[in-house]
Write a protein that binds this ligand. Structure first.
Ligand code: SF4
Length: 214
């Protein structure tokens, strides 16, 4: 006979604590437009993200809770800074001395920053400049939680902030129209589809008809 036993009741208590820790940010997220809604070229993805409930399995919840905990580590006075532009909300991970840093937990550090991550910090920069802040450098801190390993990429801003703000307003308008009408924005098929959790909803057909207007 073993001197120990597997104890699911402790796992249950831990899981209850994890889901409590993650909280219910979904409702807040669903009814407001966030920078993270606008970073992909495909707004259809953002539309699905708003209308479909998020399903988080246990491994997803564990990853999310690790990500949340890492984000809570304070690096600067501008930690978790909230910013708003024309109803678009941004949560900047860190801002100090003209540097904007976004933290990304991952399971593999990319060889170069992903384009949607670059777009996200460029959007933060445009919003900060619009509010009168100075921004000279942008950075992403990748934190590989599986190895674990960290790497930061930084760069001088690449885009005209006015163009970035225009893009944000255009994307916001398209997304709001879609949410009002219930008709999904057109597909923007690219490499991003490989990592899109809504591919099923996006490409499914019912009775031979394109079911894109649900
Ligand atoms: S599968 Fe591709 S085209 Fe469809 S919503 Fe996702 S990113 Fe957009």
């Amino acid at each position: 006979m073993k001197w120990y036993e597997e104890d699911p009741s402790i796992v249950e208590k831990f899981l209850l604590s994890i889901y409590k820790y993650l909280g219910n940010t979904e409702e807040d997220y669903r009814y407001k437009i966030h920078v993270s809604d606008l970073i992909y070229d495909c707004l259809r993805r953002a539309y699905y993200n708003k209308i479909y409930p998020t399903i988080v399995d246990i491994s997803g919840a564990l990853r999310m809770s690790i990500g949340k905990a890492v984000h809570e580590i304070e690096m600067s006075a501008g930690h978790e800074m909230e910013i708003e532009f024309e109803g678009i909300l941004g949560h900047i991970d860190e801002y100090w001395d003209g540097i904007v840093v976004d933290k990304k937990t991952c399971r593999m550090i990319p060889r170069e920053p992903y384009s949607h991550h670059v777009k996200q910090v460029e959007m933060y920069r445009a919003m900060l400049i619009e509010k009168g802040y100075e921004v000279e450098k942008l950075a992403i801190l990748y934190i590989d939680v599986s190895k674990p390993e960290i790497k930061a990429y930084s760069w001088d801003p690449q885009f005209d902030p006015l163009d970035v703000l225009d893009e944000m307003l255009t994307k916001k308008a398209v997304l709001l129209d879609a949410l009002k009408s219930g008709i999904a924005p057109p597909r923007h098929v690219s490499w991003e589809c490989n990592y899109c959790p809504y591919a099923w909803q996006c490409f499914k057909e019912v009775g031979g008809e394109d079911d894109s207007s649900d």
